[in-house]
Write a protein of this length. Structure first.
Length: 236
């Protein structure tokens, strides 16, 4: 009985150490991914090789290989972070009973506040070298946005903010097609059109195309009161 108690305590103590170490590793890896995304935007890091990452950020290959096996896995994790940070917006905020236009403003503000972590402008070049990994990420992102846009349009119609003569699925698909377009550097060169500007224009166009006059008036009033501050410094 006494021995069993000691063993249980030791096992619990050891598992606590392991859990703490894992948590530290996960937290450190998150910071590494943020550093890489920051370097991609601010220091023109385009090749996510271990050598280039160490050169631009000081993060060594030895540290990187504690978390990923190779460059392809690192790219996958960077894209996972981008997608998860965007999806977290809908987990953090309870949109139950909230005005549909207010939800769009909240999402747009959160995208601006977490721009460095959610912006596809930072990672779009990866689709050339890693087409399968990038396409899998892109499909998941589009699927999530498609669902949320449909929910928002349905909610707005139910609240009497949006017109009720709309094809919800068609509108959501049109929104997605425009989202795909703004990811195309040939149509919208990033040196001429920032992603944050394009995102804001898309948001406004959506509201103006589906809202009733009262909804547009509400949007105009709200727009004057809301400031979008784009965070380009490592994110949260």
């Amino acid at each position: 009985m006494y021995r069993t108690g000691i063993i249980s305590i030791l096992l619990f103590h050891n598992s606590s150490i392991i859990f703490t170490n894992l948590t530290f590793m996960e937290d450190r890896f998150l910071e590494i991914l943020k550093e890489i995304r920051y370097a991609a935007r601010e220091k023109r890091l385009k090749d996510f090789s271990f050598y280039q990452i160490e050169k631009k950020t000081g993060i060594t290959k030895d540290e990187l290989t504690q978390h990923v096996k190779n460059k392809a896995e690192l790219v996958e994790k960077i894209l996972d972070l981008e997608r998860q940070k965007f999806e977290n917006i809908f987990l953090v905020h309870n949109f139950e009973g909230v005005n549909a236009i207010d939800i769009l403003f909240t999402v747009s503000k959160e995208v601006a506040n977490n721009f460095l972590l959610v912006s596809p402008a930072i990672t779009i070049h990866l689709k050339e070298k890693y087409p399968k990994i990038y396409q899998a990420h892109f499909d998941k992102r589009l699927g999530f946005i498609f669902d949320k846009i449909q929910i928002n349009i349905t909610k707005g119609i139910g609240q009497g903010i949006y017109r009720d003569d709309l094809s919800i699925e068609l509108l959501a698909r049109l929104y997605l097609s425009r989202l795909i377009d703004i990811h195309n550097p040939d149509l919208f060169p990033p040196e001429k059109f920032s992603f944050e500007t394009l995102f804001e224009v898309m948001f406004e166009d959506l509201v103006r195309s589906i809202a009733k006059p009262d909804g547009i008036a509400y949007f105009e009033k709200k727009r004057k009161a809301v400031k979008f501050e784009v965070d380009t410094v490592k994110g949260s």
